[in-house]
Write a protein that binds this ligand. Structure first.
Ligand SMILES: [Zn+2]
Length: 115
């Protein structure tokens, strides 16, 4: 995904995540919500530019067939995203720990879902 497309996708994910709300930050209108993993506050500019390291998290990793569909995407801070990648993405698809992480994130994503 190119960076323009990523920014647009971040905005689309934020729009479907109830933790994300419009807010003023240093005189600028931003969307602020929480990392899907650690709940740290993350903000996006109106054009989707991440202000403090928000990244697109693939709940089912791409190398396990995870898609770019909204239901498979969440917003995570860069650190959590790369930690999950390093720890789990290389595992076999039937690895119990990987399944557990994916199920936990899917549950959290669906609880936050705003339609
Ligand atoms: Zn985080």
């Amino acid at each position: 995904m190119g960076s323009r497309r990523k920014q647009r996708r971040l905005l689309e994910v934020a729009a479907t995540d109830r933790t994300f709300e419009p807010r003023e930050l240093d005189g600028e209108q931003v969307l602020e919500g929480k990392c899907i993993h650690c709940q740290r506050k993350l903000a996006l500019r109106a054009d989707g530019t991440p202000i403090n390291g928000a990244t697109l998290e693939h709940i089912v990793p791409k190398n396990h067939g995870g898609t770019d569909d909204l239901e498979n995407l969440a917003i995570a801070c860069a650190r959590c995203n790369s930690e999950k990648g390093l720890r789990h993405d290389h595992k076999r698809p039937d690895d119990p720990k990987l399944r557990e992480v994916i199920e936990r994130l899917q549950e959290r994503r669906s609880k936050r879902l705003r339609r």
